[in-house]
Design a protein around this ligand. Sequence first.
Ligand code: GLP
Length: 267
Amino acid sequence: MVSTEILLSAPYREINHPEIATIRVYPTEKETAKAAASVIAGLVEGNPTARITYATGNTMIPVYGELYLLAERGRASFKKTTAFHLDEYVSASPQDEWGFVNFLRRRVFGPLYIENVNEINGQAVNPAEEAARYDRLLNAAPIDLAILGIGPGGHIAFNEPGTPFSLQTHITHLSASTVNRDRIERGQKTPERALTQGIANIKSAENILLVAYGKEKGTWLADALGGTIGPNVPASALREVGEKVRIFVDEAAATELEIYNFDSTLF
Ligand code: GLP
């Protein structure tokens, strides 16, 4: 794994896991986000033309906020990087505020002045063709970093429980838990279908960074890290390529990992 960090000020503790290279626990959500942003900026500092896949979602809002601050301070220029995103709701247009293209344009692609952006077109007339087109772009060269969150049932991107690990970009029907999260918990009228990078795309990235805060995400992560590896918990796939995976969590999420009694070391 490439060493990418330079200035990490916050104290953290490390959880040792038999398969995952790095699991760090930061005291707060803000410190976790700062550390994640520092990894991303550090990678770009070392590789100004890096190809990066960006997740969307609430988890990423403070990460991208911190990333913007680092870029503004001249820590790294994202101009020559190439950006991809993980997933998009079928039918979403760039004008739809609930859409992921919209999210990433506002929070990442615009503020970081990224010139090379590859977006999934949620409005494609033929979503299957759009998935194939996106795979051609993704597979043209290695992805240097995939940035991930984790969602209901341990989903990564929109790979819901039951999705084979072998899939590349594909159309997915969102699980009831995800639809409920969007519609009931978050009050969004989002569609039930999405286009998503598959687990095969994610696993092939050179570096993978997953960020999670809070107790609920901690329970999903605990299932992924402590249970059986398999499609029932999509994030468990990361253990198959654990040597290139970093997981950064806050204390609230880490509490849930303790049931598995992984070793913990203070730094
Ligand atoms: C969303 C996205 C994922 C994201 C996850 C967590 O539905 N498809 O890419 O990582 O669910 O989102 P949030 O951070 O908003 O909880």
